[in-house]
Write a protein that binds this ligand. Structure first.
Ligand SMILES: Nc1ncnc2c1ncn2[C@@H]1O[C@H](COP(=O)(O)OP(=O)(O)O)[C@@H](O)[C@H]1O
Ligand SMILES: [Mg+2]
Length: 252
């Protein structure tokens, strides 16, 4: 192993408050190639906020975010996507009145910083790229359906296709299986795992289902009250009594 191996994604002491309430209180984390890092923690721990600092939806009050060694702390999301970041969010973000294929095309356009009014011209161009991403997740047969008519699980899978369409070098997924049934969520994670393995993309994901976390993650980061409580291999986290304490009162 190279001693000066560079992290794919790196934060140093990032913090974010909302009106005096500290959601993320100084988190430093390095994510390396070939890792699948699960971020877990009780409700309100700051997982989504931390995630937003990585994707650029929110800008930290202090600290730094780096992507492939370059500072991106203040860059908007699409510029991070352009640098190789693929992401999907906890709340489903498909355009329900656009078709499945159009959703991926729109995602591609936004990722490239093009304006909406270019859609007419760009759509022809992006058909092939968008189609390839749908193929990758097994949604190609549903490409002409309205996204709003897809099952919930398929909508989340569509978001994965949108994330993959830009050929990311790292994938960030905030609760990719949120709202899915157990069976559906297993299938979705299996798909993500297979894609990550075949494309060799490191993954950072927020996940509630502990079975999924421990079967998939190579490293688990436990956030509690906006700070890293534990950062360790899954087995070590599973047996750490501090995890149960952090989740006190919640089902895990
Ligand atoms: N935009 C916001 N305005 C005010 N408070 C927020 C905002 N976003 C998150 N918070 C608060 O920050 C804390 C962390 O939220 P979040 O990052 O969503 O936690 P998690 O994803 O771990 O459940 C919560 O107490 C939440 O209410
Ligand atoms: Mg969240």
């Amino acid at each position: 192993m190279n001693a000066i191996r560079q992290p794919v994604v790196s934060t140093s002491n990032v913090a974010k408050s909302f009106g005096g309430f500290t959601a993320v209180g100084g988190v430093s984390l390095d994510i390396y190639d070939s890792e699948a890092v699960a971020i877990i923690g009780p409700n309100g721990a700051g997982k989504s906020t931390f995630f937003d600092l990585l994707t650029g939806r929110k800008i930290p009050d202090s600290g730094e975010v780096r992507l492939f060694g370059e500072p991106v702390t203040d860059l908007p999301p699409w510029q991070r996507v352009r640098r190789g970041l693929g992401r999907s969010f906890q709340i489903s973000s498909v355009f329900r009145n656009a078709t499945v294929l159009e959703n991926v095309q729109i995602g591609l356009m936004l990722a490239r910083g093009r304006a909406w009014n270019m859609f007419g011209r760009a759509s022809a161009m992006l058909r092939q790229e968008a189609g390839a991403a749908l193929e990758q997740v097994g949604l190609q047969a549903k490409r002409d359906m309205l996204a709003g008519d897809l099952s919930y699980g398929d909508q989340r899978t569509l978001e994965l296709a949108v994330a993959l369409s830009t050929k990311p070098r790292v994938l960030l997924l905030d609760e990719p299986t949120a709202g899915m049934g157990r069976e559906e969520s297993r299938k979705c994670l299996e798909l993500i795992r297979a894609i990550a393995a075949s494309e060799r993309i490191p993954i950072v994901f927020v996940e509630h289902d502990m079975d999924v976390v421990f079967s998939f993650a190579t490293r688990v980061v436990v956030l509690a009250a906006g700070k890293v409580l534990i950062d360790a291999e899954p087995q070590a986290v599973r047996s750490d009594s501090r995890v149960k304490e952090a989740y006190f009162g919640e089902d895990i």
